[in-house]
Design a protein around this ligand. Structure first.
Ligand code: ZN
Length: 235
């Protein structure tokens, strides 16, 4: 019985110890990876402009020079301290502009106007930004050209549709005149048939009349032959 109790506690203690170790190791791993990410960010991303080191390397700009001189974070801190120390009545133009952007001098309650920081901008990358802007303008031009061409295509399509509709109208008119002509031709054929029938009847009647005349002539001839005979009869 004691052996079972010992085994039970051994198992429980082992499981709980493993859970505890897992939690501890996991926490340390997370802390280490957070620290590593933070260090990597501080080492490879400019604190002021937020542009990555690789962008500067690709464009031939010295990263250390940029980080330590062009965008020196301490220079910005000194500027803020300088603005707080200097009497407001002695500000020059750009000092007044930046002081008006600081949270403590804003009257509208907007506490996040840090537009005077060169975010995603750097003087040493000006040529790159100019090139990007030129490319953007070129793309814009190309897009507007495509839009113009599309508009012209739509207009051409409309004109074609109109022409097709006009052609359909002409075709319908031609069909109507063709059927009129057909009707006239049918009527002419019917009249010709009637005329031919009438002619045939007339010819038949003429033939009859001719026969009658022949018969009459024959009868007259017969009458002429008999008359001298009658004359020869003594009265
Ligand atoms: Zn920078």
């Amino acid at each position: 019985c004691q052996v079972f109790a010992f085994l039970y506690w051994f198992l429980v203690v082992t499981i709980f110890l493993n859970l505890l170790f897992a939690i501890i190791i996991d926490t340390f791993f997370e802390l280490r990876s957070d620290n590593k990410n933070r260090l990597s960010d501080a080492e490879n991303v400019c604190f002021i402009c937020g542009i990555e080191r690789s962008t500067f390397d690709r464009n031939g700009v010295n990263w250390r020079e940029h980080k330590l001189h062009e965008h020196d974070r301490w220079a910005y801190v000194y500027l803020l301290v300088h603005l707080r120390k200097k009497p407001k009545t002695e500000y020059n133009g750009w000092e007044s502009y930046i002081a008006s952007k600081l949270p403590e001098n804003r009257s509208d309650g907007n506490r996040s106007d840090f537009t005077f920081f060169p975010m995603h901008r750097a003087l040493s990358l000006r040529h790159l930004q100019e090139r990007q802007e030129a490319e953007k303008a070129r793309e814009q031009d190309a897009l507007s050209g495509i839009a113009t061409r599309q508009q012209r295509l739509v207009e051409l399509n409309d004109a074609s549709m109109k022409a097709i509709r006009n052609g359909d109208d002409q075709l319908a008119k031609t069909n109507a005149s063709l059927s009129d002509m057909q009707r006239v031709a049918t009527e002419t054929a019917r009249s010709t048939r009637q005329l031919v029938n009438t002619q045939l009847k007339f010819a038949t009647r003429l033939n009859d009349l001719d026969k009658k005349v022949t018969r009459l002539v024959d009868a007259q001839g017969a009458l002429g032959n008999t008359t001298p005979a009658m004359e020869s009869v003594p009265s």
